[in-house]
Write a protein that binds this ligand. Structure first.
Ligand SMILES: Cc1cc2nc3c(=O)[nH]c(=O)nc-3n(C[C@H](O)[C@H](O)[C@H](O)COP(=O)(O)O)c2cc1C
Length: 230
């Protein structure tokens, strides 16, 4: 049995994406709000799309500062995510009020939030009106992640280090475990192609190339981390 749902609720079927806390700063004022309308858009340059409703204070802060940071919270900040999304920085300083500890970002002015396992610093490249939201195109200029939480992809081993996902309403979730899909080898690619068509083999090749790229990135990050640690 299936039930029809409202067109405006269709987005909930895509629910489960990681929630981010968008932090901003302009002329000494800071703000933070949760967001889920966030998506990677390009590898090179690394671009991320963030859709923000013009009524949000964050909207004005991003327009003015032309930068923002995405902080990826864990369950420790579950209730904060809801609270920070129910009041506006226009009426109060949410960071001062909640006393959430912050630290300096590497390249943008926006403060980064403790209790988050990943931080992405973006400068605004472009902005487009999309329906009733503004899609800010952020170029990633710095990013950092908790070492025990990530080894090229989220490790999902320690519940305290898992990113928080948003289902809609006041429902959040965490991913349970990381599954590893078998990647077709070269000779399998040929037979896969015969059996199920070129599309699947292409997908397999792309997955392998992506894994190789990710492994290289993880190795580079590891190397750079080692350097920083002396
Ligand atoms: C989990 C969650 C996700 C949200 N995602 C978005 C979003 O992607 N874009 C948006 O404009 N508002 C989103 N909101 C609403 C804003 O966070 C909310 O209106 C907030 O109070 C705005 O704060 P500000 O006025 O200080 O910027 C979300 C709210 C919650 C609770």
């Amino acid at each position: 049995m299936r039930q029809a749902i409202a067109e405006t609720d269709a987005r909930r079927l895509l629910g489960g994406g990681p929630v981010v806390l968008v932090s901003t700063s302009f002329r000494g004022n800071t703000n933070v709000m949760p967001a889920v309308f966030v998506t990677p858009l390009s590898f090179d340059p690394p671009l991320i799309g963030l859709a923000v409703h013009p009524s949000r204070h964050t909207h004005d802060m991003i327009r003015a500062s032309e930068a923002f940071a995405l902080n990826i919270p864990t369950r420790e900040l579950l209730h904060h995510c809801m609270y920070l999304g129910s009041v506006s920085g226009r009426d109060m300083n949410k960071l001062e009020l909640t006393k959430l500890p912050v630290f300096r970002a590497r390249l943008v002015d926006a403060p980064l939030l403790e209790g988050c396992v990943g931080h992405i610093e973006c400068s605004v490249e472009d902005a487009h009106t999309m329906g009733d939201h503004t899609l800010f195109i952020g170029k990633v200029i710095a990013a950092q992640v908790e070492t025990d939480a990530f080894d090229g992809t989220w490790r999902l081993e320690d519940a305290g280090l898992k990113p928080l996902h948003y289902l809609g309403l006041n429902h959040f979730a965490m991913l349970e475990e990381r599954l590893e899909a078998r990647v077709p080898q070269a000779e399998e690619e040929a037979s896969t192609e015969e059996q199920v068509g070129a599309g699947a083999a292409e997908a397999g090749r792309e997955a392998r190339e992506r894994r190789e790229r990710e492994a290289e990135e993880a190795e580079r990050a590891h190397r750079e981390g080692g350097k920083e640690g002396g």
